[in-house]
Design a protein around this ligand. Sequence first.
Ligand SMILES: NC(=O)c1ccc[n+]([C@@H]2O[C@H](COP(=O)([O-])OP(=O)(O)OC[C@H]3O[C@@H](n4cnc5c(N)ncnc54)[C@H](OP(=O)(O)O)[C@@H]3O)[C@@H](O)[C@H]2O)c1
Length: 246
Amino acid sequence: MADVTIEDNVALVTGASAGIGKATARALASEGADIALAARRRERLEEIADELESTFDAETLVVPTDVRDETAVEAMVETTVETFGRLDILVNNAGLGVGGDVEETTSEEYRLMMETNVDGVFFATQAAVPHLRETSGNLVFVGSFAGQYPRPTNPMYAATKWWVRGFAHSVEGQIGPDGIGVSVVNPTEVRTEFGSEEDDSFEERFEPEEVTEPEEIADAIVFAASQDRSTVHEIDLYRRDKFEGW
Ligand SMILES: NC(=O)c1ccc[n+]([C@@H]2O[C@H](COP(=O)([O-])OP(=O)(O)OC[C@H]3O[C@@H](n4cnc5c(N)ncnc54)[C@H](OP(=O)(O)O)[C@@H]3O)[C@@H](O)[C@H]2O)c1
């Protein structure tokens, strides 16, 4: 078995206040990593940080950040590096799923989606790469099944995730030679707060274990982030009945 330890690594997780990001912060901390938690809701992040410290003895940093704000994202990365002295793992996870029919999508919805799912991912990646180069670290993107196949019910969301995958794999080609691992993890439906901006959240829409649980995606992210030589190019972690009636 290859050496895949992340003990004492420093990981920065965006969208760490809920769902996949929260589960990922927990899973990374359980493996011995120190964690910088970023999202907009400070109180949530503080509660999660307290839990990670008391349960796993992890060092934590709460960095309230709106990923749409380039200056705030730069500060998020810089504060993390100033606090811990290094950055080994960035998990680009923060994202939203608003919108629907292309003709009914408002320009406000369009901008919100692009600024969060695309701009935020770009800003965080750009700020983190110099630090990941120093540690031969890992950059993990949360993509989506919607970024792999057409999504007739929400073309705009799908397109943001196609962008994430296209960007991630192209960046992989660019910075892989510098020793940085770049991975994309693609879930199908996961029981999180996803969708709550407009409707019931996925947590409310699906029964426990009916679809994927956030902890399962977190485990895939930890596997990708644990590599010290190879790149985990892409992991597709789907609900088993995803292709029923496809
Ligand atoms: N759940 C699914 O079925 C599913 C499937 C495929 C892919 N995904 C992807 O998984 C990722 C995580 O989503 P989730 O399912 O865990 O949903 P979630 O429970 O709603 O969590 C979303 C996270 O993103 C953060 N966020 C949203 N806008 C932000 C902003 N402007 N700045 C900083 N943080 C922001 C939220 O924190 P604050 O509100 O505190 O800022 C929250 O922590 C997303 O990229 C999503 O597209 C989800």
